[in-house]
Design a protein around this ligand. Structure first.
Ligand SMILES: [Zn+2]
Length: 128
């Protein structure tokens, strides 16, 4: 990866970081609205749950974005945190904050489906 590429991704990641920080700062927007209507209650609960799930996803993404910015600083950006192979430029272009190459990402997804995330959780914590 060239210095120009890295500068470009750094900018993308920094913009993404600022955006996510802004979104997460609004987490107070999830307020519990009381409604006398039982149907509204169900609707509110569903909306709240969706909002919480989105926040979860966004805070995970923020963690990955921050870790990627740190990898830019320490010079390991673009290298898979699991197998240490170079991540393909196509994948980096699509998901610049990814810590894994496509093969390891598939392994991580599979491990997650099987509820066996220990190895990858550890890696992500180390990467973050
Ligand atoms: Zn890998």
């Amino acid at each position: 990866m060239t210095k120009t590429d890295i500068a470009k991704y750094k900018q993308i990641l920094e913009e993404r970081q600022a955006e996510l920080v802004g979104v997460l700062r609004n987490r107070d927007a999830i307020t519990i609205e009381k409604s006398p209507d039982a149907l509204d209650e169900v609707q509110n609960a569903a909306e709240r749950e969706l909002a919480i799930r989105n926040l979860d996803r966004e805070s995970n993404l923020l963690r990955n974005v921050r870790a990627a910015l740190r990898r830019i600083d320490d010079g390991s950006f673009g290298v898979c945190a699991h197998c240490e192979e170079e991540i393909s430029s196509k994948r980096i272009a699509a998901v610049p904050w990814t810590p894994f190459c496509i093969d390891c990402q598939e392994q991580a997804d599979r491990a997650q489906e099987e509820g066996n995330t220990e190895t990858f959780d550890e890696l992500l914590v180390n990467a973050a």
